[in-house]
Design a protein around this ligand. Structure first.
Ligand SMILES: [Ca+2]
Ligand SMILES: [Ca+2]
Length: 69
């Protein structure tokens, strides 16, 4: 259980890190322009952006990773 917890925490950390790395203006969200570095993100932007505010939040990014895993 402890190992699984640590593993999950590491994965969450990695997800947040990816968003931070791509988040050029550091507003905590990925805009279409920031997501354009990844072809996958660009092509799936509208699907990933669940609340259709034109930005991918860390929560939406995490959900995308889990739903496509
Ligand atoms: Ca941003
Ligand atoms: Ca959104």
């Amino acid at each position: 259980m402890l190992v699984q917890g640590l593993l999950a925490a590491t994965i969450v950390y990695a997800e947040q890190q990816v968003v931070d790395d791509l988040d050029i203006d550091q507003d905590g969200f990925l805009s279409l322009r920031e997501a354009a570095v990844s072809r996958y993100l660009l092509e799936n932007f509208n699907k990933i952006d669940l609340n259709e505010d034109g930005l991918i939040s860390k929560e939406e990014f995490s959900f995308m990773l889990r739903s496509h895993a």
